[in-house]
Design a protein around this ligand. Structure first.
Ligand code: UT7
Length: 334
């Protein structure tokens, strides 16, 4: 993938997290697990979960409205909406269209993007192209997942790992002297598909009593294999993006990895040689929210004033597909 010619920058961030919290102690009452196992093996302490009737587009719309408010925009200013998700409201219409209607962004067009845990980075890269080539001036990029809708709450190997949430950013053209999104490396390897997937409900295994009985509409994962690929994948692309842009790791202000497991984050940071103080980790509060982890990380870093205008940031993700990638950006918000 080639470098971005005229940059897009992030000009606002918003999130939506459901009110309901499920702690590890709560999980102990549901499956044969312990708070100790979950904390030590994953770093997770709690996760948020939608209430009955609350769906993906509700979270995505809330995050989008927060972005509009932060930037002082009218919904009619938005030209494009991309929703990265593996848990859309329905197969169709696209959740992006439902969000468009809910927030009143009548002038926007949009679509969903299925990139699993790399969905947000994929979507950010697509949105950035539309801004940098001059087609759009205001693009909403949303990562939103209701993982509780595809989790088997009887399977301790998966149900403790995920949470529900949405995060959104606004992309606009960078001003003179600004850099915004500087570079991106995006990868996929379909050979990894068998290690993390949801087999039921699509055209290969259309929904039936049998697919439901066989629990095919739930997340299936070979955790150990995904773990190994995730560490190597995120570290490799992050190293590569720093090297090819001549950025010394010491000049990096923030490293925002996908939040799937604290041990993956730590191992990846160690491989990269990046100081812990630079690594964003909030998995203890949200668990793995799939497409939402990275925008939530950016939101919190911005709110906490951990990042300032001019800071260099690397985002990195790994997920089902396999899909993975890294994005290097200079933060241009005050
Ligand atoms: O977002 C991208 C997608 N996902 C990921 O990146 C996840 C990658 N994988 C992982 O994070 C880790 O592999 C897991 C957290 C999923 C599992 O951790 P692990 O250290 O690889 O454990 P394991 O699967 O090897 O299981 C070790 C033991 C097993 O028991 P035995 O066979 O040793 O007796 C499991 O049955 O831990 C058991 N176990 C549990 N015990 C208590 C698995 N899940 C649980 C649980 N509570 N929730």
């Amino acid at each position: 993938m080639s470098k971005v010619v005229s940059a897009a920058k992030i000009t606002a961030v918003g999130i939506a997290v459901p009110d309901r919290i499920l702690t590890n102690k709560d999980m102990e009452t549901m499956v044969d697990t312990t708070d100790h196992w979950i904390r030590t093996r994953t770093g997770i302490v709690q996760r948020h979960m939608v209430k009955p009737g609350e769906c993906n587009s509700d979270l995505a719309s809330r995050a989008a409205r927060q972005v509009l408010q932060a930037r002082g925009l009218d919904p009619l200013d938005i030209q494009m909406i991309i929703v990265a998700t593996v848990t859309p409201d329905m197969f169709f219409p696209p959740t992006a269209c439902i969000v468009q209607e809910k927030i009143g962004a009548k002038n926007a067009w949009g679509f969903d993007l299925s990139g699993a845990c790399s969905g947000f980075l994929y979507a950010l890269s697509v949105g950035a192209q539309f801004v940098s080539n001059g087609t759009c001036r205001k693009v909403l990029v949303i990562g939103s997942d209701v993982m509780s809708s595809i989790i088997d709450f009887h399977d301790r190997a998966t149900c403790v790992l995920f949470g529900d949430a949405a995060g959104a950013v606004l992309l606009e053209p960078a001003e003179e002297g600004e850099k915004g999104i500087m570079d991106m490396i995006l990868r996929s390897d379909g050979a990894g598909g068998k290690y993390l997937y949801m087999p039921g409900g699509g055209s290969m295994n259309p929904p039936s009593h049998e697919t439901v009985d066989k629990k095919m509409h739930y997340v299936h994962q070979d955790g150990k294999t995904v773990f190994k690929f995730a560490v190597k994948g995120m570290a490799d692309v992050s190293q590569e993006i720093l090297a090819r842009n001549g950025v010394d790791i010491k000049d990096l202000k923030l490293f925002v990895p996908h939040q799937a497991n604290k041990r993956i984050i730590d191992a990846c940071a160690e491989k990269l040689g990046v100081d812990q103080s630079v690594v964003l980790c909030n998995i203890e509060r949200y668990a793995n929210t799939t497409a939402a982890t990275i925008p939530i990380g950016l939101y919190e870093a911005h709110q906490d004033k951990r990042i300032q205008k001019g800071d260099l940031i690397v985002l990195a993700s790994f997920g089902a597909g396999f899909t993975w990638g890294s994005i290097l950006l200079r933060w241009e918000m005050n």
